[in-house]
Design a protein around this ligand. Structure first.
Ligand SMILES: [Zn+2]
Length: 231
């Protein structure tokens, strides 16, 4: 193979490294993070906090109503226990008991609403957890595949790099330097002669230039774009 042809092969290997490295980055990103799963987990945590808060409200309200009932029972015992004889006092106690029972009714209604809210919160938490677990299972099934793909890509890149090192070791230093300098400026740095024109910038070559490209030992460059042209 000509020196220019070797540089073309080097360029092909470099392209494979770039391509596989990009795919490896994608695979690594898929392993590292999962925005949709994170969103669902956040939602489940929020639903859990809301459910806990709702349960706390119910417990507080229950305690409050129980205190009122206790007070009503005591008042009731006192009222009908026979220890209070004063009619004025009895009447006062009756009014207090009545007012207390009305408050208990109101508080009972509020408690019922709080319990319904707690039930809804619990249902939302179950749904959020279910949605998270469902996606986790799908992802777990795919995680193995992604890990395998990443491992295969790493092995492929390693292989390309060894191949490149072997090829580069047999090239002349000036050829390698020319290739490296060109590829930083133009991509691709090495092109084919296409219908007697440059495969990069497409300017037509004179017959003498075509002959030079076909026969020259050293890499021939396009007079228009500087690229290395191989036949
Ligand atoms: Zn050119």
């Amino acid at each position: 193979m000509s020196r220019g042809g070797d540089l073309l092969r080097l360029q092909e290997i470099d392209a494979r490294v770039v391509h596989d490295t990009a795919r490896l980055r994608d695979a690594e990103a898929a392993i590292a993070g999962d925005p949709e799963l994170e969103r669902r987990r956040r939602q489940a945590r929020k639903a859990h906090r809301e459910q806990t808060a709702a349960e706390d409200s119910v417990a507080t309200a229950e305690k409050h109503v129980e205190g009122l009932r206790q007070r009503a029972r005591e008042l009731d015992r006192h009222l009908y226990g026979g220890s209070v004889r004063n009619p004025q006092e009895l009447l006062g106690m009756q009014h207090e008991l009545e007012a207390l029972r009305q408050r208990i009714d109101v508080e009972d209604d509020r408690l019922l609403e709080l319990m319904q809210a707690a039930e809804s919160a619990a249902a939302r938490e179950r749904d959020a957890n279910g949605a998270t677990v469902e996606l986790e299972q799908v992802r777990a099934g795919r995680a193995g595949e992604v890990l395998e793909r990443a491992a295969a890509l790493r092995a492929a890149i390693d292989q390309h790099e060894r191949e490149r090192a072997e090829l580069a070791a047999t090239q002349q230093a000036t050829d390698l330097a020319l290739y490296e300098r060109l590829r930083r400026r133009v991509q691709p740095a090495v092109v084919h002669l296409t219908a007697d024109s440059c495969g990069g910038c497409h300017i037509p070559f004179a017959n003498s230039e075509v002959r030079h490209i076909r026969l020259a030992g050293e890499p021939a460059q396009c007079s228009g774009c500087d690229r290395i042209v191989v036949s």
